[in-house]
Write a protein that binds this ligand. Structure first.
Ligand SMILES: Nc1ncnc2c1ncn2[C@@H]1O[C@H](COP(=O)(O)OP(=O)(O)OP(=O)(O)O)[C@@H](O)[C@H]1O
Ligand SMILES: [Zn+2]
Length: 806
């Protein structure tokens, strides 16, 4: 009997959906479930996650090579959560476990090619007889260099280098060598300290005959305590002096880990805020669960500006007091700085930030601080829900309704659901907050799955802004063709004249949203995707799905007419229009095209918050979460852009967008005003949004959902079938739908819709069809999908509880 460990291989391949057995060498017997290890896998060394141990006959099994960390990465709860993700979202366990590793892997693998050592030159030449010179050239290059990577070889050779190499590998003339290095590269700095007492040092200095450099060193250490490399340079002390003083036992060198942190020092001066009565009542309902280590989930429905963040701070303080840890999730990386500033102001260095735009080094440093107990609060976007914490006391989910909490590529998890699972296992609390809770969460709160908490008023007594709906059909009838209605123009003028600030929202980026031939009606569209191209100010037509760009044609590719015109307004054109209408206003635009880099969004928001600009315009990211007192006017250019999407959540998203955007106005002493431009002023989502009337919206939406058997009354599972050819996608989607129909026939509470052509029928040259399955419970559906092995197919993607059905 030998101890055997079962390892999931960290490779993003759907089909490697099982654990592999390995043996532990004597020196690594301490390894258990939860460790990350390096294992041999085929010809490679790869990262693996130990999921369980077993004992049995180990004949023929390989040994693991090493442990990748000094501690297990996964504790029991994290392992359980990963298993749950793999079951619920139908992905492999390795894919689910990868989510917990910053950068998805702790290793960087590189590949080099080298000549097979057993072959002589003559044998190689004989094997390549009749092949082009390219093959021999590759071998000669490798013979001269020992081994080389693909980019290196690529520089030397002409023609299809990869094809040549693959041929040589197949013929066993060249072998591939994989090597791996650890991604976690802690950075250390050396500090010097006195090894003798200060009194001894002073005594030494009194003795004459010291070199001047040693004198400077001792004097500086006496006054400063420690010296870093940079200090030595300033003091003109050479390495030689340092070495001799070390050898002489006068000083010692100490290594200190340097921490990379681009969010350091955001704390600001702030007077303590006393919770108002409503906030206190809310807190009193949450506290018992925190104090008694109970799993409970709360939905905090508080209007915009009601002081939800203040409640989060108190809950986290109570969790930290219990020496447990907390995760605070925000919907967008762009919004982290503001909340980090508020948390740092309260908790100083106890806060770390984790999100995917940070460098791997920075993320590893943050995790190191968490694991060593130097910090206990994690703030970040959805992936922060996977932070390795050993005693998770609370997860706060700010703006709970945001779709960004759902990952749209595999594994298609929802951070809220993962948070609920982790907290349940850890006996922690989940606090979800929003002014516009998702219909599903609110429904669950009404039915007591979550505890519903309400903050119905703004925290500092301010009132909600007045909202005016502008019917754009009426504008046109009055002969006004500008995208900026008269009412909005007046609002902006008045605000700027008073020195107040304005936010304008338009949900489409680019300059012109489509380009059409007036002669034949042909719309320029992407050659890879079934979507129209967007004209950008850079002078290119761009596809927002596959990122290809082309030069706009002078003549129509269909009818050769020169009558090509640019239609639709994106944020770039709106910026030009605003500049024309308000020539003296200082303006800044924020959308995906302006916000490169990890702090791009933040810088724009900060500059605006500091009053450097009068108008902030941009896509929906301008409307979220921030608290800028001087903003008194908000304009929404087209409230209909989302409403017209073919998605059952279109109304919910429209209501949330209007309410959230309007909620940015009038958060200070001066009350706010909002103008919403629409072609559908009578639509219930827009009408209730303009009144900030969540309850009214919810009631109407809920009865619609019920009559159509949509969530929360059903669960949806979405299948997307893809194929490089149109006929093929129709055939395979029809086959799948037929198989599902018979597999689920016995369940009369299940409805299969489709297959139908996806609203975006083609992306990156792959044709797409959808099948939607509606069911009361999705467990039977998930079971059938996995029995049919659909989760293993490369041409099928499964989205459990999708947030959009496009
Ligand atoms: N008890 C209080 N007394 C006075 N001011 C408060 C109190 N609580 C919060 N505030 C202030 O009210 C403003 C709004 O609070 P906060 O940003 O927490 O609201 P919110 O509910 O998170 O809003 P939103 O959902 O719109 O993001 C902040 O400037 C905050 O400092
Ligand atoms: Zn495209």
């Amino acid at each position: 009997m030998q101890k055997i460990i079962l390892v999931m291989i960290n490779l993003p391949v759907k089909t490697i959906n099982k654990a592999f057995s390995y043996l532990l060498p004597p020196e690594l017997q301490f390894i258990r479930a939860g460790w990350r290890v390096l294992v041999p896998f085929g010809s490679r060394k790869v990262e693996g996650f130990v999921v369980s141990t077993d004992s049995g006959n180990g004949d023929g099994l390989k040994y693991i090579i090493e442990a990748l960390d000094d501690l297990p990465w996964f504790d029991e709860n994290m392992l359980q959560t990963a298993k749950w993700i793999s079951d619920y979202y139908l992905c492999s366990l390795a894919e689910a476990m990868r989510l917990f590793i910053p950068g998805k892997t702790g290793l960087k693998t590189s590949l080099a090619y080298q000549l097979c050592p057993d072959l002589s030159c003559n044998e190689i030449e004989a094997a390549l007889a009749g092949k082009s010179d390219q093959y021999l050239a590759a071998c000669e290059y490798l013979a001269g260099h020992g081994s080389a990577s693909l980019p290196q070889i690529y520089k030397q050779l002409t023609g299809d280098c990869l094809k040549t190499l693959n041929y040589l590998v197949n013929k066993k003339i060249v072998v591939k060598k994989y090597s791996t290095v650890k991604q976690d590269k802690p950075k250390y700095e050396t500090f010097l300290k006195l090894a003798i007492t200060p009194a001894e040092a002073e005594q030494l200095l009194r003795v004459s005959g010291h070199r001047p450099a040693r004198r400077r060193l001792l004097t500086a250490l006496l006054s400063k305590g420690v010296l870093a490399k940079a200090d030595l340079k300033l003091l003109n002390i050479s390495q030689d002096t340092v070495k001799r003083s070390l050898a002489g036992g006068l000083i010692v060198a100490e290594q200190k880990r340097l921490l990379r942190n681009s969010y350091a020092g955001l704390a600001h001066e702030a007077g303590a805020i006393r919770l108002n009565q409503q906030q206190q009542q809310v807190l009193q309902q949450i506290m018992p669960a925190v104090v008694n280590r109970q799993y409970r989930s709360f939905l905090l429905h508080g209007i915009t500006g009601s002081g939800k963040t203040q409640v989060y701070l108190e809950v986290v303080a109570a969790v930290r007091k219990k020496r447990r840890q907390a995760i605070v999730l925000v919907p967008e990386i762009a919004l982290t700085s503001q909340i980090v500033a508020r948390f740092q102001t309260r908790f100083n260095d106890d806060v770390v930030v984790l999100h995917s735009k940070l460098s791997i080094d920075e993320r590893n440093d943050a995790i190191w601080r968490l694991r060593t107990g130097q910090a206990g609060i994690v703030i970040g976007a959805r992936s922060a829900v996977f932070a390795p914490l050993d005693d998770l006391g609370a997860v706060i989910i700010d703006e709970e309704h945001e779709f960004t909490y759902k990952q749209e590529e595999a594994p298609r998890y929802h951070a809220r659901e993962v948070a609920l699972k982790r907290a349940e296992l850890a006996e922690g609390v989940v606090l979800m907050g929003s002014a516009t809770p998702s219909v599903e969460s609110y429904y669950q709160a009404v039915r007591h799955t979550h505890t519903l908490l309400e903050l119905p008023d703004r925290a500092d007594g301010a009132s909600l802004p007045e909202v005016e709906l502008v019917d754009m059909r009426e504008e046109l009838r009055c002969g006004r063709r500008s995208v900026i209605s008269l009412a909005l123009r007046n609002l902006i003028n008045a605000a700027i004249a008073r020195g107040e600030q304005v936010i304008i929202l338009l949900n489409r980026r680019g300059y012109s949203t489509f380009v059409m031939c007036r002669e034949c009606g042909h719309v320029m569209s992407c050659s890879n995707c079934a979507v129209s191209l967007v004209y950008h100010k850079s002078g290119r037509l761009r596809c927002h799905y596959c990122q290809t760009s082309v030069t706009p044609p002078d003549v129509c590719p269909v009818c050769s007419s020169r009558y090509i015109r640019y239609f639709g307004t994106g944020t770039q054109r709106l910026e030009d229009e605003l500049a024309k209408t308000f020539p003296t206003a200082r303006m800044i635009r924020m959308d995906q095209d302006t916000t490169g880099g990890k702090l791009g969004h933040d810088r724009i928001l900060q500059a605006f918050a500091q009053g450097n600009y009068d108008i902030l315009l941009g896509t929906q990211m301008v409307a979220k979460g921030h608290d800028i007192k001087n903003v008194t006017a908000v304009g929404i250019i087209t409230a209909d852009s989302i409403l017209n999407l073919p998605d059952f959540r279109a109304a919910e998203r429209t209501f949330a967008l209007i309410t959230q955007a309007a909620g940015r106005a009038g958060r200070g002493a001066v009350s706010g005003k909002v103008v919403i431009q629409t072609y559908n002023p009578e639509h219930y989502a827009i009408e209730t949004g303009s009144r900030h009337a969540y309850a009214d919206f919810y009631e109407q939406e809920l009865s619609l959902r019920q009559s159509l058997f949509y969530p929360p009354f059903s669960k949806i599972t979405k299948l997307t079938v893809t194929a490089p050819e149109e006929g093929e996608v129709h055939r395979s989607a029809a086959d799948i739908a037929a198989a599902l129909t018979s597999a689920l026939a016995s369940s009369d509470s299940t409805k299969i819709l489709g297959p139908f052509v996806a609203p975006i029928a083609r992306i990156s040259n792959s044709f797409r069809m959808h099948i939607l399955i509606k069911s009361v419970e999705n467990a039977p559906v998930r079971l059938q999908l996995s029995l049919l092995k659909l989760h293993l197919r490369a041409d099928v993607s499964i989205d459990v509880d999708p947030v959009n059905v496009m």
